[in-house]
Ligand binder design. Sequence first.
Ligand code: MN
Length: 500
Amino acid sequence: MSNVKEIIGLMDSPTEADKTLINKAYDFAQKAHDGHTRYSGEPSFNHLAATAVELARLGMGPKTIAAGLLHDTIEDVNIAPETIEKEFGKEILFLIDGVTKLGKLRYHGAERHRESLRKLLVATSKDVRVLIIKLADRLHNMRTLQFVPEEKRKRIALETIEIYAAIAHRLGMGMMRRELEDLAFEYAYPKEYKEVRALLTERTAQTMVHLEKMSRALKKELAKVGLTRFRTDHRVKGLYSLWRKLQRKDNDINKIYDIAALRIIVPSVEDCYRVLGMVHNLWRPLPNKIKDYIAFHKPNGYRSLHTTVFTGDGGIVEVQIRTEDMHNEAEIGIASHIFYKEGKRGDVKQSSFYWIRNLLPRFPQGGAAADTGGSRYKITKVPEWIEQLGSNQEDGDDYESSLRADFFSERVFVFTPKGDVVDLPVDSSPIDFAYAIHSDIGDHMAGAKVNGKMVTLDTKLHNGDIVEILTKKNSKPTRKWLESAKTTLARRHIRNALAR
Ligand code: MN
């Protein structure tokens, strides 16, 4: 089990105050969850400590880590939000609250709702730190999925792939994405998992021999020109991503050249290009396989040089060349842009993309919460690739469309009691919801419940609301409904009904 020393040890130069905060949150969570256990039989608190360790590893600051420790206190052990606020302040409560709300969203596997659910998650989060806590939380849940009752595993695994790994990918968090996908794969597609694992095991042994040889040859060559400050490592392709690629390549593993890749990490961008030249001098590259993701990075921010070469002894291997910074960014993505520093928010660029602005921490400088001293988090710049998430670019992966800013500022996502997502324009009412479900339901609406409570029909719906429509055979639309109906669909039906 992780202890508080491990968490603090992973933090980047924490102050005394930071350590005090982490210790306090640790003790508070331990006490709050005392006597509670998980499916595995281990204390619930282990899950909180593991989540905090993951956040510290990602380089998150003390408030996010503290919120990670406390993220289940409101939902699971009924600690009052007021207590959290009194003990830990508004900002930490805000983060926990966000995570708790996300926990209520359920994935039901309907294809048409996937995209909405991902957007809803991002919209509901408000602050990218909430999403990162949720990802760390999910990661530990996936690591312990074998203890969860069997009938639940598949749903959770599919949700992890379709929703959480997809979001991690979009946020550039390559390591998180890979781990979530590979943990989920086994439970989501057991048969395919076994096949691909067998295939990969067979292939990996072969490829590793090539990689070792190449790595040695390259080191010698680089030393000749005085390049000694570099390191190499290999990465084996994730099982899930290999499976997806196999599907695109007629299930022929011989058409996949990046099962294993040699990575070369060098000090500067200039070195990247130098090393690429040397690699091509040593081994003949495959045509059309040279990718300069430094000059033209992927939409999620990924940067690297890629090339695929013949190893000379029958092998074909992908080589990836990058700097330490690029490597770090590729592994932890957006987390690498959230700095824990004393600082003001003045230099957060005004982006034209509302949605990512909404994901930036909202608290500094006496914003929504008067947190003593303001937040010490800042995103020093909005990286270009984040801005590009707001445009319509595709990166060829299966994330159907980008997370559009204007979209969020104009839509709300609400749920049917069964958990299906319905997206409506901002300021929509239960009337709009009813017609979005079915015109018959709209035409015979007698009342509405939002989150279990009866409401008037002109109530404005908010993100994440669960809406239930009550109908009566002899109910019908009135002129007054027109004032509360936002969608053209609802208005048209109401007018038709009035005309009858
Ligand atoms: Mn949790």
